[in-house]
Ligand binder design. Structure first.
Ligand code: S3P
Length: 420
């Protein structure tokens, strides 16, 4: 796919629905609830994996403009589940199925089969789960067991791991507490509370009581700030660039990207804030960024999926930018420290990998002209197509179809189809 440089950008886009919220709305309603409607769902490869797994467990789910759960419950006592490329599907299922009656196998695609699963296996096993992987990776085998609550200090900040433990804790004896060093996204806590779970949040610690009786809830899925980040960053990278993305979820555990855009010198406006538990807003950004940044610490979980895009923007700011405390990037759909640095270099940007992030030596422009392989990673495909469109000479993208994981019509959605 050839991507040409774009010299002007002024667009108003309705935000793609949130992937994390869609996964949870479908999975929790299908597991615990009866009838429920998930309105404005994200229909992408990852979310279809969750729907498929819940159907294989016995739920009846209809996909139309909304996703309707017609009948919930974990009905089948044995099932082979395919999580595809989706870490959220696999890890949350581990917590959901550990206390369920039956025997289950969860597999993933080539990328997911290489990602670490001990981070969920170890705490669940400590709760009494019968769960095993193959050298700490998928395929995962689970035989339902009685669980006991746990008080768990999380070695890494991860919403997927936190969610798996909380889901298991719902059905365990006693209380389960998860303690994080830096807060990860809290969509699970918010949704479980709405479904009637006994769940309490105290700073970075979350406690759930066992023996919960949950009820179904209809969910209006907010827009995904991780998707909004592409048009907003594109506008931020262009002199005179403007973008407004409507209906973006602004859960504070997700809004780190806005703070970084402001620190880099973009003009950011958050307007029409609405909603309750998961608020949304219309976000406008005007370019161009100019100041290098250091991104690290507690900010990292709040923008973990936006780091490849932030790395692209730093190339447009003269001086050295640093991304640190982001070792988690190594265990995403690809090793995103390596894939991001390689892609930037292919486009003529000076960048180097570090132990826990990268350093980018920005020159104020991206030369472009090279070829970038997404390596099957949707975030690399999308962030690097932005880099090419912002570059002097454009570039060639291999593996653009990876966008289907979270934004199937990305290229027409963002560029209006004109420049690809
Ligand atoms: C997700 C959590 C994040 C994020 C992923 C989706 C979720 O992973 O990178 O894209 O829906 O819980 P970790 O919390 O494991 O870092």
């Amino acid at each position: 796919m050839e991507i040409k440089p774009v010299k002007a950008f002024d667009r108003r886009i309705i935000c793609k629905p949130d992937k994390s919220v869609t996964h949870r709305a479908v999975m929790f309603n299908a597991a615990f609830g009866g009838r429920a409607e998930v309105r404005n769902p994200l229909i992408s490869a990852d979310c279809l994996s969750t729907i498929d797994c819940m159907r294989r467990l016995g739920a009846q789910i209809e996909i139309g403009r909304s996703v309707r759960i017609l009948k919930g419950g974990i009905i089948n006592s044995s099932a082979s589940l395919e999580a595809g490329n989706s870490g959220t599907t696999m890890r949350l299922l581990c917590g959901l199925l550990a206390p369920a009656e039956g025997s289950f196998t969860v597999t993933g695609d080539e990328s997911l089969s290489q990602r670490p699963m001990n981070r969920v296996i170890a705490p669940l096993a400590a709760m009494g789960a019968k769960i095993s992987g193959k050298d700490g990776r998928a395929p995962i085998k689970i035989t339902g067991a009685s669980l006991r609550g746990i008080d768990y200090d999380m070695p890494v900040s991860s919403a997927q791991v936190k969610s798996a433990i909380l889901l298991a804790g719902l059905k365990a004896s006693g209380k389960t507490t998860v303690r994080e060093k830096a807060a990860s996204r809290d969509h699970t806590e918010i949704m479980l509370a709405a479904m009637g779970a006994k769940i309490a949040v105290d700073g970075k610690n979350v406690t759930v009581e066992g023996g919960n009786k949950l009820h179904a809830v209809d969910v209006d899925v907010c827009g995904d700030i991780s998707s909004a980040a592409y048009p907003l960053s594109f506008a931020a990278g262009l002199e005179g660039g403007k973008a407004t993305v409507e209906n973006v979820g602004i859960n504070p555990t997700r809004t780190g990207i806005l703070e970084v855009l402001i620190a880099m010198g973009a003009d950011v406006k958050v307007e029409n804030v609405r909603g309750a538990a998961e608020q949304t807003a219309d976000i406008s950004v005007r370019g161009k960024v100019s100041r290098p940044v250091t991104v690290g610490g507690e900010l990292i979980p709040r923008l973990i999926d936006e780091l490849p895009t932030i790395a692209v923007l730093t190339a447009l700011c003269e001086g050295e930018s640093v991304i640190k405390d982001a070792g988690e990037l190594k265990v995403k759909e690809t090793d995103r420290i390596e894939t991001t640095v390689n892609a930037l270099r292919a486009l003529g940007v000076e960048a180097e990998a570090t132990e826990d992030g990268m350093r980018i030596f920005g020159r104020g422009y991206i030369p472009g002209g090279g070829t970038v392989d997404s390596c099957g990673d949707h975030r690399i495909a999308m962030s690097m197509s932005i880099a090419m469109a912002l570059s002097e000479r454009g570039g060639t993208l291999v593996g653009g179809e990876a966008c289907a994981v979270s934004w199937p019509d990305f290229f027409t959605g963002i560029f209006g189809g004109g420049n690809v």
